[in-house]
Design a protein around this ligand. Structure first.
Ligand code: ZN
Ligand code: ZN
Length: 279
């Protein structure tokens, strides 16, 4: 498995490679703009070009762009629904300019809609996006913890969304271990992992799985509370991660950690722990 972290662009795109290499990353995830706002500047073409060159001369691959947090395509009643669709179109374009292969999006909050309406809203939005923006970037839906009114915490909800998407080759899954565990999929032991993978393959197909978000969970199984924690120090634990990352159906995938970070020291420790589990 190729490991990496979410890398901040707060000091510019040109510092990303250096930060990634310092942490021992082989793959990375990043935002193309401020994740907590709607406003953005258009990408500086020259900076994007220099960024792509810096990536090419590194061993970092593949690159995952993550959509900002505010867009929500799971509720047509939200006043931000159309703006959210625009936002995905924009980041598909930016992903290409920055040399990323994938764009990760959160499935979203259904708010006052029913679950079925939310599934329709998500699929409708994705079909709009794909009609408006034609490129080779693969859109990855990230499973949720089911916190609040989040949808996409059950594999069958994700399967229903994909069934409703026209250009299915352009869509895949980013599977977050903390979110799955918090949603009730027990990834702390062999039996739980095997049955989760069996369900995933039956409902969605493992070939749709392109990325693992490797986060331990600070909250117990089925808590529906999204709290990422350090690898091996949460409820999934070392044995869960050891079994996951060495699994023959998963060990070819990239794995990105989004573990808590006050300091780079914590990243270095999480990378060390993760690598110590590789068999
Ligand atoms: Zn995640
Ligand atoms: Zn999360």
């Amino acid at each position: 498995m190729r490991f990496g972290f979410h890398i901040s662009i707060s000091e510019g795109f040109l510092r990303v490679v250096e930060k990634a290499q310092f942490r021992g990353c082989e793959t990375i995830q990043f935002f193309s703009r401020n994740p907590r706002g709607w406003k953005y500047d258009s990408l500086d073409q020259e900076e994007a070009e220099r960024f792509r060159q810096s990536i090419q001369s590194s061993n970092l691959s593949p690159l995952f762009l993550h959509l900002p947090y505010l867009p929500n395509i799971a509720s047509k009643n939200s006043k931000f629904y159309n703006r959210s669709i625009d936002s995905i179109v924009i980041d598909l374009e930016r992903a290409e300019l920055l040399g990323a292969t994938y764009l990760i999006i959160h499935i979203g909050h259904r708010m006052e809609s029913s679950e079925d309406e939310a599934i329709e809203s998500v699929a409708w939005a994705i079909n709009q996006v794909f009609d408006r923006m034609k490129n080779s970037i693969v859109l990855l839906l990230e499973n949720t913890a089911g916190q609040g009114t989040e949808i996409g915490y059950e594999l069958n909800q994700i399967a229903k969304i994909i069934e409703r998407v026209g250009e299915r080759d352009r869509i895949g899954i980013c599977f977050d271990t903390a979110h799955a565990f918090e949603a009730g999929y027990d990834l702390s032991n062999r039996d739980g992992i095997e049955s989760t993978l069996e369900s995933f393959d039956r409902m969605i197909g493992l070939k749709k799985l392109h990325l693992l978000h490797l986060n331990d969970s600070k909250t117990p199984l089925g808590s529906k509370k999204d709290r990422h924690w350090h690898i091996g120090e949460g409820y999934i634990g070392l044995e869960g991660f050891r079994y996951l990352i060495n699994h023959p159906l998963l060990n070819h995938l990239p794995g990105i950690m989004e573990t808590p970070r006050k300091d780079t020291v914590e990243d270095l420790k999480n990378m060390k722990v993760m690598r110590s589990l590789v068999q």
